[in-house]
Design a protein around this ligand. Structure first.
Ligand SMILES: Cc1cc2nc3c(=O)[nH]c(=O)nc-3n(C[C@H](O)[C@H](O)[C@H](O)COP(=O)(O)OP(=O)(O)OC[C@H]3O[C@@H](n4cnc5c(N)ncnc54)[C@H](O)[C@@H]3O)c2cc1C
Length: 362
């Protein structure tokens, strides 16, 4: 299969998909390519802050997400040995301290807009593995595979929205600085007890951050910081002492925790790192979202940054296509706008990680 389009976006995560919607609705032809057959497969952050909320509102996506289901967090509670020691409530005039948006609801809301648009083509189950480039290295499209079938997409601009391990970034030869944070994260999900309020909770358990996020649909997500690389050794031990620590920290979830956390398979490991790509553009190519700047999970900024990139990049790409100028110089307007604020957020994540214990007066 071979096709021609103005813009080819690799990666149907929240960033790539919002960008596809904005381009298609502005009359630009766009192909959105995703390696998974089902776009809901990838495990992602689901907590939206006010920046992400503002962008979804601006583009008329939030109402549909609200209709499908989302949950406003009422407060953040800091606990110490099972006791509440501090509460953070929304600032005056604000309704929440964050929103839980199931990724399925967000992506479905975006896909329903794409499906109605004749300028958009969604290709799922296609893993991109090669860039098309002319003799001067100008990027002109991608090649991917769906099973044995080769898919060739010719485009004026390629966007790498393919996440933290971006293939597009590697194929383009863009270097990236990987920053270690000294911890990995264990994730688990359990049903919320009856009458559970929509709150975020934080505590220190054995010196490690242990967070709980209420989720839409009656669930609690647990995020547990463990020393980087410690998982292999931890897994050799029975799960019981981990669950005991959790229950000690949050006694009111004892029943669902003991019932639903029975083996290591009930946890998912996230290897934590952040990164900064040396450049976000080349002639005919842009990278965005986690591909350009992977965020650590602290503060839940990654999803919001990816949406913000889509918002900024759409305007830059629409004018580049209209002007017939797809040079790195032209595309760098996006990097000039978003790199400094994004790197400031990465710095803030480090500070938040280093000062976390201070929240408990230690
Ligand atoms: C466990 C966890 C918890 C997190 N918590 C939060 C949170 O609460 N709030 C928050 O704001 N952020 C959070 N984050 C970060 C957030 O998920 C990411 O920053 C965000 O998803 C980045 O969006 P993206 O569109 O750039 O890339 P991604 O969401 O990573 O999407 C990239 C897409 O590209 C596809 N792809 C990859 N390679 C190819 C290829 N070769 N060909 C075709 N397709 C390809 C992938 O399958 C994927 O669908 C969390 C991350 C994790 C892992």
């Amino acid at each position: 299969m071979e096709l021609q389009t103005d813009i080819c976006i690799v990666g149907a995560g929240p960033g790539g998909t919002l960008l596809a919607v904005l381009l298609a609705e502005a009359g630009v032809s766009v192909a959105l390519v995703e390696r998974h057959a089902s776009v809901f497969k990838e495990f992602r952050g689901e907590h939206l802050n006010e920046d992400g909320e503002r962008i979804l509102e601006k583009h008329g996506v939030l109402e549909e997400v609200r209709r499908k289901g989302m949950l406003l967090m009422k407060r953040i509670e800091y606990m110490e040995q099972g006791q509440l020691v501090k509460t953070v409530v929304p600032d005056e005039g604000h309704a929440h301290v964050g929103i839980h948006v199931p990724q399925k609801h967000l992506l479905q809301a975006l896909f329903s807009r794409l499906e109605q648009n004749p300028n958009a083509k969604l290709l799922t189950g296609v893993a991109v593995s090669r860039l098309l480039q002319d003799a001067n290295g100008v990027v002109q499209g991608v090649v991917g595979k769906r099973g044995e079938e080769e898919i060739v997409i010719h485009s004026r601009i390629v966007v790498g929205a393919d996440g933290r391990y971006s293939t597009v970034r590697k194929l383009a030869g863009i270097e990236t600085d990987v920053i270690r944070h000294g911890y990995d994260l264990l994730w688990a999900r359990i049903p919320a007890p009856e009458g559970w309020e929509p709150v975020i909770r934080m505590t220190l358990a054995g010196g490690a951050q242990l967070a709980m996020f209420t989720q839409q649909g009656g669930f609690i997500q647990i995020g547990w910081s463990i020393p980087e690389g410690a998982y292999t050794e931890m897994k050799k031990q029975p799960i019981d002492s981990l669950v005991d620590t959790l229950v000690e920290a949050y006694p009111d979830i004892a029943q669902p925790a003991r019932e639903h956390l029975r083996s290591w398979q009930d946890f998912v490991l996230l290897k934590v790192h952040s990164s900064r790509a040396g450049s976000w553009v080349k002639d005919g190519l842009v990278i965005m979202g986690d591909a350009a700047h992977t965020m650590s999970p602290t503060g839940a900024f990654g999803l919001n940054c990816a949406l913000n990139d889509a918002d900024t990049l759409a305007g830059v790409l629409i004018s580049a296509i209209a002007a017939g100028d797809t040079s790195a110089d032209r595309l760098a307007a996006f990097e000039r706008s978003n790199r400094v604020p994004t790197e400031a957020l990465q710095k803030r994540q480090f500070e938040m990680e280093q000062t976390f214990a201070g929240q408990f007066g230690k």
